[in-house]
Design a protein around this ligand. Structure first.
Ligand code: OFO
Length: 190
């Protein structure tokens, strides 16, 4: 709210009646952040599709891990929407593509997870670069959480893949891997 004087009386007006005072995001930054909203939402859908497939195949531990991961991606999306709105922009809830329905095997799932997270890291880095060019240090600071998160996500996907390669065709190994994945923490280890 802003208070100002009009015809000798105090008038209360909402902040967004004064876009020149209220809007703190450049249009190009708002657009770029909304594109990231879409990517995080798609990540959530992607992991949800993987979780559902893994569950149907009987990999309940891996499914639990992927369901959690899907929820976390939704939180990443929400954080962005709230930030855009807090800075006077409008966080847009995007239309989503249908993700893949079936997967070859568990190894393929985590190869896809790693390449998807590398893609997300690339997009976050582009956003950071954009903020530096715009001298938008507030958004730059906000994005540091995502930069650190991507280091963790790539590391986790790489470690899981290393384990899967070690297990190979060993069914007993896969049984233990599936059981352990049920409790593997995916986030907020910092
Ligand atoms: Fe949002 O961290 Fe994965 O994609």
């Amino acid at each position: 709210m802003i208070i100002f004087v009009q015809n000798n009386a105090f008038v209360l007006k909402p902040l967004n009646d004064f876009p020149m005072l209220y809007k703190k995001l450049a249009a190009s930054t708002e657009k770029a952040l909304n594109e990231q909203v879409q990517l995080e939402a798609e990540s959530s859908q992607y992991y949800l599709a993987m979780a559902s497939w893994a569950e149907v195949q009987g990999y309940n531990g891996i499914a639990q891990f992927l369901y959690r991961h899907s929820d976390e991606e939704r939180v990443h999306m929400l954080k962005l929407i709230r930030f855009i709105n807090d800075r006077g922009g409008h966080g847009i809830v995007p239309t989503l593509k249908q993700p893949a329905v079936t997967f070859k095997n568990i190894l393929e799932i985590f190869e896809l997870v790693l390449s998807h997270e590398i893609l997300v890291s690339t997009e976050i880095n582009k956003l950071v670069d954009h903020c530096l060019q715009e001298k938008d240090y507030t958004t730059h600071t906000f994005l540091q959480w995502y930069v650190a998160e991507q280091i963790e996500e790539e590391k986790m996907a790489t470690q899981i893949l290393d384990k899967l390669k070690l297990i190979g065709e060993d069914k007993g190994g896969m049984y233990i891997f599936d059981r352990d994945m049920a409790t593997l923490q995916t986030e907020d280890r910092r």
